[in-house]
Design a protein around this ligand. Structure first.
Ligand SMILES: NC(=O)c1ccc[n+]([C@@H]2O[C@H](COP(=O)([O-])OP(=O)(O)OC[C@H]3O[C@@H](n4cnc5c(N)ncnc54)[C@H](O)[C@@H]3O)[C@@H](O)[C@H]2O)c1
Length: 259
């Protein structure tokens, strides 16, 4: 995917991984809309990065907000890139030490933002991409990068809500890629390990506190997955930060893993 000249939406773009992704995309020549509910940080980052960046105050669970953000991106250039980084963590066991069951509203909130918010942006961005022209060189219309977590596969004690939400993101990746292969939109999901951001303290379990997190920009952002398809015929992959990659070809439906 040619990044230069394309318009991108980055959810959670005001902080952490999303902010690093915004900076990387701008450096590569994209027009970027920061899609985040943190107005102070979103506006400050847009001001800092200049004319190729705009901020759209958005709750990713709200359809109207996301439509407005994608329309704003469409006014900057052809919408070809959507990166889902918005997310929240919550630490709580199924049953707490004092016998209290996990709060159902908190569980719903984490699922709503991390999973339903991701799907909301995916469906609306995909519709905008599908309505656009394919690129001259590869006949692609766009790429959507989602952020899961290593917790999708190895949820720790206290990560029941967070791990459930991220497993859902992994689960939607393959059917979304199969649905969208015919319109030339790739879907990939990254599953990072821990890195040091605002989200990190609320995601970590007691055991995880002994680990040393990386930095969100260590691998520079979520964009390598956006720009480098695993192979020409592959339109769907979930990539972990250890480099393990579960790859599926949306066209044939065959599945393989590699390191
Ligand atoms: N930090 C880690 O160790 C780690 C590890 C694996 C995966 N992740 C995932 O990476 C992604 C980015 O996390 P981060 O560590 O950069 O966190 P962060 O807190 O620095 O950034 C998250 C951003 O999402 C925004 N956001 C939250 N809810 C939103 C909503 N409803 N609508 C719009 N924006 C909303 C926040 O305002 C914030 O700017 C998340 O999906 C997180 O689950 C983080």
């Amino acid at each position: 995917m040619e990044i230069a000249g394309a318009a991108a939406v980055v959810t959670g773009g005001a902080s952490g991984l999303g902010e690093a992704t915004v900076r990387r995309l701008v450096a590569a020549g994209a027009h970027v809309v920061i899609v985040d509910r943190d107005t102070a940080k979103g506006e400050a980052l847009a001001d800092e990065l200049g004319a190729s960046v705009a901020y759209a105050p958005t709750d990713v669970t709200n359809a109207g907000d996301v439509v407005a953000a994608i329309d704003l991106a469409g006014s900057l250039g052809p919408v070809r890139i959507a990166v889902n980084c918005a997310g929240v963590g919550w630490a709580g066991r199924v049953v707490a030490r004092d016998g209290t069951p996990h709060d159902l509203d908190l569980y719903s909130t984490v699922i709503s933002i991390n999973l339903i918010g991701t799907f909301n942006v995916l469906r609306l961005a995909a519709a905008a991409m599908a309505a656009g022209e394919p690129t001259d060189d590869t006949s692609e219309r766009g790429v959507i990068v989602n952020t899961a977590s290593i917790a999708a596969f190895e949820g720790q004690i206290g990560q029941i809500a967070y791990a459930s939400s991220k497993a859902g993101v992994v689960g939607l990746t393959l059917p979304a890629a199969r649905d969208l292969a015919s319109v030339g939109v790739r879907v990939v999901t990254i599953a990072p390990g821990t890195f040091d951001t605002r989200c990190w303290p609320c995601c970590r379990s007691r055991r995880a506190r002994r680990w040393r997190p990386g930095s969100p920009s260590r691998r520079d952002s979520a964009t390598p997955a956006a720009t480098t398809p695993p192979s020409l015929s592959t339109s769907c992959a979930t990539v972990t930060s250890t480099g393990r990659r579960s790859v599926s070809t949306a066209r044939s439906g065959c599945r393989r893993s590699s390191s």
